[in-house]
Ligand binder design. Structure first.
Ligand code: FES
Length: 71
């Protein structure tokens, strides 16, 4: 599914970015350009980010998940 239409970023690409170490919307924005145009994708991208962090190793991602939710 395409999350960010403006920059052609899919949920798969966001999950891959999380697997590679990205932990925040700021990192997704800086590396994938998510939300840098119209911004309508922000909430969906944030949900995919949080889901990806939650589905990973719980202890390792717990703090990052809290930070992503607060952003
Ligand atoms: S849909 Fe992501 S910036 Fe427009």
């Amino acid at each position: 599914m395409i999350v960010c239409v403006c920059n052609n970023v899919s949920d798969r690409k966001i999950r891959q970015a999380v697997n590679e170490g990205m932990r925040s919307m700021a990192e997704l924005r800086d590396n994938l350009d998510v939300g840098t145009c119209c911004g309508k994708c922000h909430s969906c991208a944030k949900q995919v980010l949080c889901d990806s962090l939650q589905s990973g190793e719980p202890h390792r991602h717990q703090a990052a998940y809290a930070i992503a939710l607060a952003a």
